[in-house]
Design a protein around this ligand. Structure first.
Ligand code: R5P
Length: 307
């Protein structure tokens, strides 16, 4: 039997694909004690023979999400659940994936380790740097949304002259693959940050010819990133495109739209016309063609078929 345990606070993610696949929803009681501590209770008995998929929220309120996830996965194991697939589509703390400065905690690894001891597989979607979790071997799967974005672009912008932009070197091969599938040109930027303040100190096109090419030829430029947090990365690029004379439509496609503080205003003021996000994180820009559920169920299906 297949069971879906959805974090009671995870509202954005669409679960139709899990229900269609045959998952039974598990009833969870969740409350907070007066001092703010979390309480979790499974209202149905736990089936030791069952396969459990835990669908966990990563943002907002990252720290509490991690505590809830630990309470859920430990309780499942305690009751002898044989197989637990833990899926946190937006994996918090993932950007601190190494020591940029001496003495720093490698948060990505520490948080992953707090979860993996009680599960079989950790599943994420477009995690910032999958290589940072490579040490987990087959216990870790990152779903890349290359097909999701290429299908969305073909369907919604297929009748326009489109160009894609990768905001930094880390995203370049991902965006290049989408450009290849959509048969559209792309350009890439190089971004450097101040390691102690996190501020972007330079952000320039990597190759001037391809950059000029998309500005000159395209009606729509789509900047594709994994995360929009403060919006600075995308705003810089959009301002540059506008100041270099691009008059067409600028679209931002981001898997995880955290959209902190005044990021929306910052993006609009920088000349962005449209924001598109997946449903991994709650925000007003979730696109109907950017739902990650079907990709997660396909991954689970492969895991189920392989044992
Ligand atoms: C960083 O390398 C990521 O891929 C994103 O570009 C970054 O997290 C976006 O952050 P912000 O919106 O604050 O510039």
């Amino acid at each position: 039997m297949l069971y879906l345990v959805k974090d009671p606070l995870y509202k954005s993610i669409r679960i139709n694909s899990f229900i269609e696949y045959g998952f039974k929803m598990v009833k969870l009681e969740y409350k907070e004690f007066p001092d703010g501590e979390a309480y979790i209770r499974f209202q149905d008995s736990i089936d030791p023979e069952g396969t459990y998929v835990v669908l966990a929220r990563g943002f907002p309120d990252q720290d509490r999400n991690i505590i809830r996830s630990m309470l859920i996965t430990h309780t499942l194991r305690d009751y002898g659940a044989q197989r637990i697939y833990f899926c946190m589509p937006y994996f918090p703390y993932s950007r601190q994936d190494k020591r940029f400065l001496a003495g720093e905690a490698i948060s990505a690894k520490i948080i992953a380790e707090s979860i993996v001891s009680n599960i079989d597989t950790l599943i994420t979607v477009d995690v910032h740097n999958p290589l940072a979790f490579g040490y987990l071997g087959a216990k870790f799967i990152d779903i890349r949304t290359i097909d999701l974005w290429s299908d969305l672009i073909k369907k919604n912008y297929g009748n326009k002259k489109c160009g894609l932009v990768s905001p930094d070197v880390g995203r370049k091969s991902f965006v290049a693959e989408i450009a290849r599938k959509c048969k559209v040109p792309m350009a890439s930027f190089e971004k450097r940050r101040d390691l102690s303040t996190g501020r972007i100190i330079s952000h320039e096109p990597e190759d001037f010819d391809s950059y000029k090419g998309i500005i000159g030829d395209c009606e729509v430029i789509i900047i594709i990133d994994d995360i929009i947090a403060t919006g600075s990365t995308i705003a810089n690029i959009s301002l540059k495109l506008r100041s270099d004379g691009f008059k067409g439509k600028i679209v931002v496609a981001a898997t995880h739209g955290l959209l902190l503080g005044n990021s929306y205003d910052r993006l609009v003021m920088a000349g962005v016309n449209e924001i598109i996000c997946s449903d991994t994180v709650e925000n007003p820009f979730i696109h109907r063609d950017a739902l990650v559920g079907p990709y997660i169920t396909r991954t689970i299906d492969r895991l189920i078929q392989s044992y």
